[in-house]
Structure formats: C-alpha cells, structure tokens
Design a protein around this ligand. Sequence first.
Ligand code: ADP
Ligand code: ZN
Length: 617
Amino acid sequence: MNNPLSILQQVFGYERFRGPQAEIVGHVIAGGDALVLMPTGGGKSLCYQIPAIARQRAGQGVTLVVSPLIALMHDQVGALHEAGVEAAFLNSALSYEEAVAVERRLARGELTLLYAAPERVTTPRFLEQLDALHRRGQLALFAIDEAHCVSQWGHDFRPEYRALTVLHERFAGVPRVALTATADALTRADIVERLQLQQARQFVSSFDRPNIRYRIAEKKEPAAQLLRFIQHEHEGDCGIVYCQTRKRVEETAQSLSAHGVPALPYHAGLDAELRQHHQDRFLREEGLVMVATIAFGMGIDKPDVRFVAHLDMPKNIEGYYQETGRAGRDGLPAQAWMLYGLQDVVNQRRMIDESPAGEEFKQVMRGKLDALLALAEATDCRRERLLGYFGERSQPCGNCDNCLAPPQLWDGTDAARKLLSTVYRVQQMSGIGFGAGHVMDILRGRKTEKVAQFGHEQVSTFGLGAEFSEAQLRGVLRQLVALGALAVDAQAYNTLRLTDGSRAVLRGEQPVRLRESVAQASGGRKRREARGSSALPAAAAGLTEAGQARFAALKAWRGEVARSHNLPAYVIFHDATLAAIAALGPSSVEELEGISGIGARKLEAYGQEVLRVVASS
Ligand code: ADP
Ligand code: ZN
C-alpha cells in the first residue's frame, strides 16, 4: 500500500488530496524538483511528508526538512509520531546526548523525516553525515520549508538560507522541494535564482483563503476598538494581536487582561524563557489571545486561531498576508481585522527613510508600502485587490467589509484642494510648517489657542472647510499622502509640506475619491449571534444540544491526552474532527473510521477511548 492516496488515508486519515497536492506529491515521489507556492493553511506539509513516507517505504532513505523555526519542530515531530511516522529533529534545544541519539537513528536508517535548522544543516559535521547516507543511497529528499527566507525581498530574510545551495551542489540527484506561502513575483524569482531551482517545476496555487473575512478600519481609539471587536465577535476564541512596538504590546496585553480577555505579551524584549513559555501556552491552551510584535508567528501552525488583529499597519502586503494567514488554518470561519491611521504611514515611511539600505531598495520598499496603503483605503473588494497583488484575478468575494457593507463614496477633490492650499498658506505666512491637527483646525474655522497664537484666522482658507468632519479630513490627508501629493516630515515634528505631486490636485486635475469615514457596520457580529451568545467554537456551530455535550466531553478528554503527551491539543485531534465525532455519536470503531482526521494509528491508539467518552456523555 505505497501509493500516495492510501498513505493520505491510512496515515493521516484524510479522504482526498486538496487542490494541487496530488500532483505535487506524484511529481516529488517520482524524483522531480518542485517549488510549491501555496497559501498558509493550504496543506504544504503533506507535499513533502507523503513523498517522504513513500520514498522511505521504497528503500530510498530519509527526508531532510530544513525549517527556520526550531521552536515548532518539537510539535511537528510530535504530530508525526501521533500519526505513527518515525521522525526527529536536530536543533539547539537538544542536549549533546540527545543530539547524538538522533544522529545514531539517522545513521541506522530508522528515520523517515529529520527536521533541522539551516545553520545546523550546513555544518561540516552534519554534511559528512549526509555524505555517508548519500553514498548508501539513503538520502530520499530535501524539503526546504519557508523558502522565502532566502530572499531579501521576502519578509523574513535569513542569510543562513543562502548556504543551502550546498545541498544541490554536493548531493546532486537528490530531489528538492522548496515551499513557501509568500510569493510576489520578485520574491519568487529570487527563490529560484538563489536556490538554483531553475529546473524545478513550479506549482502555484490560488492564494485565496475564502474562510478569512478581511476588515480594515480607521484607527480611532485602538484599545477600545480592539476590546469591542473581541468581546462582540470573538469571546472565548483564540487569536493574535499584532502591534508595532514592544510598549504597545505590553499595554495592549494588560488592557485586555484587565477587561477579562486572557492575553499574553510576546516580543523580542522578553527573556527567551518567558517568551517560549508564552508561546507554549498559546499553542496548548484554548481561548488565549497572544499580543505580539511580528517577532511572533513564523511557522505557528495552530489551526484554530479565529482572528488576527493588526493594531498597527504592517510594512507591506506580503507581511499582512502572511500574518493574517495564521487565522483559520482549519478552514473554519476566521477574521483578519486591521486598524490603520496616518501615523502608521508616517512611521513606516520614516523607518524606510532612515534605514541604512541603498536607494534602490528603499524605492522598492516605498512602493510596497504604498500598495498596502492603497489596500487600506480601497473602496472595492479587499480580496480582489489582495489576490491581484499576487497576480491572481478574481471576483468580488462577498466576505470582506467592503463587499458586505459597501462604503459610501464621496468626492474629496474640493476638500483636498482646500487642505493643500491651507498647508501652503500657513507655511507662507509663518515661515514654518505645521502638523495635520492644526491645519485641519484652520480649515474647519476652529479658534484654538494655537490659531490665535499664530494669527491664523487671517489665512484665506480659514473656516472654508467648516462642513467637513475631522474624520473626513483625516481620510483626505491619508489619501493625499498615499498619492504622494503631500509629505509628512518625520524629522520636523510630523509637519506637512507640499510635494511635486501637489500641483495636479491643487489644479483639480487629480480627482480624490474617498471612502466615507463613518464607523463601519461590523460584518462579523451576525456570525457570533448565529452561534449563540455562549463561547462555542466555530467547529461546534451546527451541533445539537446532545452533540455539544459530546463535543465538550471530547475536548476535556483531548486536553488530558495532550497534556500527558506534552503536545498541543490539536496535534491529538483537530476541533473539526472532534465536532464530526460529536455530530455522529458513533458507537463502533467502524463508524469512527470514516471521520476525517482519524488515521490508522490514531484509531488504534484512541478509538476505544473516544467511544467510551461518547457513550458516557
Ligand atoms: P501550510 O503548511 O500550507 O500552512 P499545513 O500543512 O499545516 O498548511 O496544513 C493546514 C491544515 O490542513 C493542517 O491541519 C492539515 O492537517 C490540513 N490538511 C492538509 N491537507 C489536507 C487534506 N488533503 N485533507 C484534509 N486536511 C488537510
Ligand atoms: Zn470582498
């Protein structure tokens, strides 16, 4: 029984391959090289795990998986054990004795998969071990996970990845499969070049994540907005909140905890042990919210993350997509929710301007920031734009804020001209620049202290924009910055100044169309109401009362098993699998067999237990 489909069914308990998996697996088993571009949650792991099993069964030896995140290797290997596959990892978390024990198993040909960090793979000692295996024809496959790490255009460049060309040069003939969830055209070309994958077949899947609802809103009172979002729509759910700075991470985690939302901070300033402890808790407990800088999340494969919230705007669309992609890997409904404001744009621009990189690089980075800003300001389907950015054409999705509640548009051309001429006139009159708040006050005719101090009632545009709300004007400002028609001088107290691009707007040649900045009707609220007010996980949504009782009992049982194996609960069974068992209420092993996510090993190990739990709940 060495064909890929029966491995899928037998070992992993899944009925059929998803999307391009079957084709990829077939190609790799036959010894072809491959570059796999698939969104997070698309099922990349099976694309090398099944070939690894098939090739090991065919006597071709071990598969080496290169992965940058040592923290998660333990759980990945644990999941393979649960499925009855011989796997191990080599990284700095192991003691010398443990590492030697793994090396022995490797040399004896006992392993089907070995996970290792790139810096380990390229040591002389390890390469010699690979030589020995290679000479005996016992190197089945190289899998290079998170392959975008090789590219400086990707969002997580790791120089160690560059050295991985040694695999290809030293072990010619061993097939290689490189996988990533990030792939704008630039990064993709770079991966091919850097890893010398010119001959590899490319498998590009749709990047769509239909179960994720995208929402982007204006930042007003971020802490309160976040709390409302979680309390109204994600009570009891597990989620990730991304913030730009450590300080904001700490504050946000505290404020959530103080309001009864269990939350933990994660950032590079925490000591390594505490950080690891928080990550472990996030992976193992249910209903925790992780508040983190982007230092957190690479390779997080927790399938039941129900929301990813951005309190600050990321650097670019790749980063945004990667981070939001951590929501809903189990395919159940999930939300990506972002707040952004003018300050985000200013901060990101400043980081680019002040970075030591060359001008060409900065230009690319500015272009990428602009694309994200355009997404945030968009009035049409978010998903269509996101996918468009990755070169994929699609239709309005019906599952983003703009599709669900189409924003009102208004013509901001007049407001934009008045704003620009106010910026120009105050600069003329006072000889210095001013910030956004003051400029808006003048336009709206507000007699503030500062206005009086500088005599700015005299500016000819004073009060000419009284009909505009501050929110409207802020929208105009952001749009002008996005268009390059207005610059925010970060070196000089964020004062505004005109640019070469201002003229076209001032002359009325460049129309400015804006979304109405009113609080958007929340598209997600209905979902929670449909699920009832209790904090039922998305998986259990459709269950009867008896089914829910079974589900709860199964979860409690799963929690015990997971703890005793020192693994996250989802490694034992996913929520979706438990929900399917709860719905069916099986009384025999045969009934269990047909349920997705129960492979032969798990059936043997847990089948009787599960039946007992079902019978007694
Ligand atoms: P990726 O690495 O692409 O983000 P994973 O390999 O972690 O995604 O897979 C995401 C989830 O989908 C996992 O929980 C996995 O078990 C599940 N999965 C993958 N392939 C299939 C399949 N053919 N049928 C059912 N579930 C699958
Ligand atoms: Zn849409």
